[in-house]
Design a protein around this ligand. Structure first.
Ligand code: FES
Ligand SMILES: [Fe+2]
Length: 415
């Protein structure tokens, strides 16, 4: 599965972790590999193996200077591509530096993130063309934090619409800032057993969860996209909307990258304050770290009185509720102990698609979705519809679900 993941561009770190040319380097662990990221004098980001190719000193302690990252043990200096620029402990006549390289991965910078391609050289496709990648910075809020569990456990919560009727139920919805959306959100509680339908696509799938609507006549549909290898696009009743990407640090730890976006306008201050409060995602972090304040060591600060009187879990914050429950399964849950039911159909579909893609790759067939680009241009929707079948809802809302093209987006900005 790691080989499959490496065939996709994935977020590696926030661009803000490397705020300026020649700023201090940062450690980045991805897919079980220890790496160091740095921004050179021209602003280019290098992502190198952490341990120096000479004798293994950590380049985290290195000096970022004049176009490269210099190991402080014997002064070898590496550029962003892993070429050795200087080998000052060798005679000036030596050409050895031209023959040794530091392992390095390709990077790109977009949408406030540094993206990395960890696959074999020459196989990289394009960045995924989700609409938030093309938005101006003030239309977008990106963040990251650590999940202390396997990536798949976290990701499975994205395609499990049924859990919102339970885990995320707050008895006092106005207190979590959802007052105006009360009607539709409260519908989560009117129908606890949504009917799920999965529609496979080039990029993964779009699935619809159908709940009976209060009027007894129509349906409340939430159409969520799951995009290879681990992206989600989750519907909401108003902007901003967003989703997450689950990037393995190693088998038992995951970077959760979160994106909120408004395709039409800058995200207003009031929404930014709501986002940063920890009431949903991202969680509030321990300063200087990506570890949430509410974490498994303090039982996510569960408040049993709140659980009796105000919320289903007694845990503050929608994203913290997800993280608590996902980590509570242990670092990698033994799936042979599960008993899956009909609302797990999208979880099953995601597992099958990932396994199929991994087996295909083993047999020499690279994943088509790794080409990235415009096939990822999809939008999630939350709608009330009279249609009972997913196909009919997809047709009814085809214009929204297939998000705007780059060209029409630009013309919108020009207006
Ligand atoms: S270990 Fe890096 S220069 Fe010697
Ligand atoms: Fe959730």
């Amino acid at each position: 599965m790691g080989d499959l993941m490496r065939r996709f561009w994935q977020p590696a770190l926030l661009a803000s972790e490397l705020p300026a040319p020649d700023c201090p380097p940062v450690r980045v662990r991805l897919l079980g590999e220890d790496l160091v990221a740095f921004r050179d004098s021209d602003g280019r980001v290098g992502l190198l193996a952490e341990h120096c190719a000479h004798r293994g000193a950590s380049l985290y302690f290195g000096r970022v200077e004049a176009g490269g990252l210099r190991c402080v043990y014997h002064g070898w200096k590496w550029d962003a591509d892993g070429a050795c620029l200087e080998m000052p402990n060798e005679p000036a006549t030596s050409t050895f530096k031209d023959r040794v390289r530091q392992p390095a991965y390709a990077t790109r910078e977009k949408a406030g993130l540094i993206w990395a391609y960890l696959g074999p050289p020459g196989t990289a496709g394009d960045l995924p063309g989700m609409e938030w990648l093309g938005l101006p910075p003030d239309h977008l809020h990106v963040s990251k934090w650590i999940l202390e569990a396997n990536y798949l456990q976290g990701m499975e919560g994205e395609v499990d619409s049924a859990h919102i009727s339970f885990l995320h139920t707050n008895y006092d919805l106005d207190s979590v800032g959802m007052g105006e959306d009360f009607g539709r959100v409260s519908n989560w509680r009117n129908d606890l057993a949504p009917a799920l339908t999965v529609n496979e696509t080039d990029y993964g799938f779009v699935y619809g969860s159908r709940r009976n609507y209060q009027d007894g006549r129509r349906y409340h549909w939430r159409l969520t996209h799951w995009l290879l290898p681990t992206y989600s696009l989750i519907p909401g009743t108003r902007w901003p909307i967003g989703g997450r990407c689950w990037v393995p640090i190693d088998d038992e730890h995951t970077w959760t990258f979160n994106y909120w976006y408004n395709a039409d306008a800058p995200i207003p201050e009031s929404d930014l304050a709501w986002i940063e409060s920890g009431i949903q995602v991202p969680p509030v972090l321990i300063p200087g770290t990506f570890k949430p304040v509410r974490n498994k060591e303090n039982d996510y600060q569960i408040d049993r009185e709140a659980q009796r009187t105000r919320s289903y879990t007694g845990i503050y914050g929608g994203g913290t509720q997800d993280r608590a429950i996902v980590e509570s399964m242990g670092p990698i849950y033994d799936r042979t102990k599960e008993h899956l039911v009909s609302t797990d159909v999208a979880v099953i579909a995601a597992r099958r698609i990932l396994l199929r893609a991994a087996r295909d790759l083993q047999e020499g067939r690279a994943p088509g979705a790794a080409a990235g680009g415009s096939m990822y241009r999809a939008r999630p929707v939350d709608v009330i519809s009279e249609h009972a079948q997913l196909g009919a809802v997809l047709r009814e809302h085809a214009d929204e679900i297939q998000a705007r093209t780059e060209r029409s987006y630009l013309s919108l900005v020009a207006r």
